[in-house]
Design a protein around this ligand. Structure first.
Ligand code: ZN
Length: 672
């Protein structure tokens, strides 16, 4: 028996609707409100090209042209439609918890436009409809045709679940039916798949919403075809004269970039474009769950280990190089040239949550939390109007401007991007975060709590239509997380419903000692694989107090991570910290070495960046000597003294970096 089987759910769990959880805590309500009040309206304006000083998106205009409402050319990336889809998806999630007739009216108008742009046969893609109607499905490697369809399908599922309105769901089904006719193993069908994964996980969602099994089979077909010989992407590339769509000339094809170098079940390392990889793995986990597919699940576990134990930044970022926005090799995690795209960490969160739905292992929750509280939150400014696409762990602004190898690293967040994948992706994740907090295993009668976010959830612990009585339970969380490790949960089963069940709480790996009390009394529940299991006959108003250990930790990277040798990263609770020159003036951050012999302090600063816990301590400043114009000098002065002086340092949560103008930033800092 492997250790995995012990934590397997008897039946894989289906995700809970995002609207099941209503946030009330200060930390996340702020972000959720920001998405609703600022980001969604702002992105609506951006999609309509009405944001001054931002690159025009042309995304809505493309739909208007494809729908025949106006004349013109297609502009933007070949996958520009996805910006509209991701906006609509975020609107769907937002409406689940915050009905807003005005926003719904705007969305309905956009849906009318999308429906008008759809072809008779269900085809929907404004680039090909406007620009190259006879070139459909001829360049799957480059043209994101199925990827674009996938985002539309995801949006449709979210909007339908929120509003019950079928129009956009019908559009999505017609599109999926069109794809299902074109692709498949039969004579006359294309045995292909997209160069950018996304359709696979979208089709699983569509199957879950509609119950139509063809969509599930089509998703499995796309996953299984990937990387098989004869290799579809290679043959397609030969057929079009090896022309690369973006370069408009012959160029090599890199199958690893598309995770198409070998069949997915034989893949062992996370390779290629990081966002593509994460979306593929998320879909593989979905299919492993839905089809009880053991070899696919084994592949998911292998790829999970490769990603998170060998190729992930301490901030939960993935993708070590901007060349092809890709993974490189084990332990190659450079800080100042990192790619760590916001979207890749969103994909990692999606992968982690799907693995949790198969087996309750704390490490999935830990990684989900790490990516969420660090890279994803860092991707958006505190006013919700500026974004990072790349999330480096070290920045020296002058070098980013003058060194072409660092041009992709931006020292401050940007307003919008021509390739605007990240901003709407962050918005849809935050808007759907309610779906990541809990899972319910009705077969075993277990409510899993993965994330600690103040709010209220209505969960059905009984097996709906099954053996047990159905029963709704309201779980309320109150917490000042992530600043404080205390979480108070109040459990209230519905009168007459099921009251005997297990509440499972994730005990994060960073918390060395976690205390749990029920109704004020300390208990020692069974702990398995990162979850504490509290089984009882719950009475309305029973409380569970969880106290996590928020001691500041200095993390070291294993020696193979060359970039972090001799350095430490600071973590407190789920938050990774960084130093900025705004708090540490007087020289480059690289001159500072943290004094690990004196204790560090954590203090809540209500004035700083909307309020956060800052970490302060003693340090040594190296090179305190008269350098004159020397570039190099002996380490010691002539009397043998080390050239350093005592200093102090201050660190802020990584996700808040870059909100005070341009300056240096570093996560990994030298120590003494
Ligand atoms: Zn992105």
């Amino acid at each position: 028996m492997s250790t995995h089987t012990a934590q397997r759910h008897p039946q894989p769990l289906r995700p809970l609707p995002a609207g099941r959880v209503k946030f009330t805590d200060a930390f996340w309500s702020r972000y959720r409100d920001l998405v609703r009040e600022v980001v969604i309206p702002y992105q609506y304006e951006a999609l309509h090209d009405r944001v001054p000083d931002a690159e025009p998106s042309h995304a809505i205009a493309n739909f208007e042209i494809a729908a025949g409402r106006k004349q013109g050319e297609f502009h933007g990336f070949v996958f520009q439609d996805t910006d509209v889809a991701k906006w609509l998806e975020a609107v769907g999630y937002s409406l689940m918890t915050h009905p807003d007739p005005e926003l719904e009216r705007l969305a309905d108008d956009v849906i009318d436009l999308i429906a008008e742009a759809q072809g008779e046969d269900g085809y929907l893609n404004t680039y090909f409809t406007i620009q190259e109607p006879d070139k459909r499905w001829t360049n799957l490697a480059d043209c994101h045709e199925l990827y674009t369809a996938g985002h539309l399908i995801e949006a449709a599922c979210a909007y339908y679940e929120a509003t019950g309105k079928r129009k956009v769901l019908d559009v999505a089904c017609r599109l999926a039916d069109c794809i299902d006719r074109v692709f498949g193993p039969n004579e006359g069908q294309l045995r292909g798949y997209d160069g950018h994964e996304e359709i696979e996980l979208a089709l699983v969602k569509l199957y879950r919403v509609t119950g139509e099994e063809r969509y599930l089979r089509l998703a499995a077909f796309f996953v299984d075809e990937r990387g098989r010989e004869p290799n579809f992407l290679r043959e397609e590339w030969e057929k079009r004269g090896r022309i690369n769509f973006f370069l408009k000339r012959p160029a090599p094809i890199n199958l690893e970039y598309h995770q198409a170098h070998r069949p997915v079940r034989e893949q062992t390392d996370a390779v290629g474009h990081a966002v593509r990889a994460m979306y593929l793995y998320a879909a593989m986990a979905d299919l492993a769950a839905e089809n009880g597919d053991e070899s696919l699940l084994e592949a998911c576990r292998r790829l999970w280990r490769s990603t998170t134990r060998k190729r992930m930044y301490v901030t939960g970022g993935v993708g070590s190089t901007h060349h092809l926005e890709a993974f490189t090799t084990d332990y190659d995690l450079p800080n100042d040239t990192a790619y760590a795209e916001s979207c890749a960490s969103i994909g990692l969160i999606m992968f982690a949550k799907r693995m949790l739905q198969i087996e309750a292992k704390g490490e999935y929750g830990d990684v989900m939390e790490r990516a969420l509280y660090n890279t994803v939150l860092a991707g958006m400014s505190q006013d919700g109007k500026r974004y990072f696409y790349v999330n480096p762990l070290e920045v020296w602004p002058e070098a980013c401007r003058s060194n072409p190898g660092k041009h992709h690293v931006k020292p401050v967040r940007q307003r919008w991007f021509g390739c605007a994948c990240c901003p709407p992706n962050i918005a849809r994740l935050i808007a759907s975060l309610g779906g990541y907090v809990y899972d319910v295993d009705a077969d075993s009668g277990i409510v899993y709590t993965h994330l600690y976010i103040g709010g209220e959830a209505r969960l059905n612990v009984g097996k709906e239509g099954g053996g047990h009585d159905g029963g709704t339970v309201v779980v309320r969380q109150e917490t000042n997380y992530p600043w404080d490790g205390a979480v108070m949960l109040t459990v209230t089963p519905e009168a007459g419903g099921l009251s005997a069940f297990t509440l499972a709480l994730r005990l994060p790996g960073w918390s060395r000692t976690s205390e749990i009390a029920v109704n004020g009394e300390r208990i020692a529940p069974e702990v398995r694989d990162g979850y504490a299991y509290i089984r009882r006959d719950w009475q309305p108003g029973d409380t569970v107090e969880l106290k996590l250990d928020m001691t500041i930790r200095l993390l070291a990277a294993r020696p193979e991570v060359r970039a972090d040798a001799g350095r430490v990263a600071i973590q407190r609770g789920p938050l990774v910290y960084c130093l900025e020159s705004a708090d540490n003036p007087g020289g480059p951050l690289s001159a500072l070495a943290i004094d690990t012999q004196t204790p560090l302090t954590a203090t809540y600063d209500a004035q700083l960046l909307g309020g956060c816990v800052v970490i302060e301590g003693r340090a040594f400043r190296e090179g305190a000597r008269d350098w004159a114009d020397a570039l190099y000098l002996p380490l010691e002065e002539e009397d043998g003294a080390r050239c350093e002086e005592p200093a102090a340092f201050r660190a802020i949560p990584y996700y808040l970096w870059g909100n005070r103008g341009e300056g240096e930033m570093a996560v990994w800092v030298r120590y003494r």
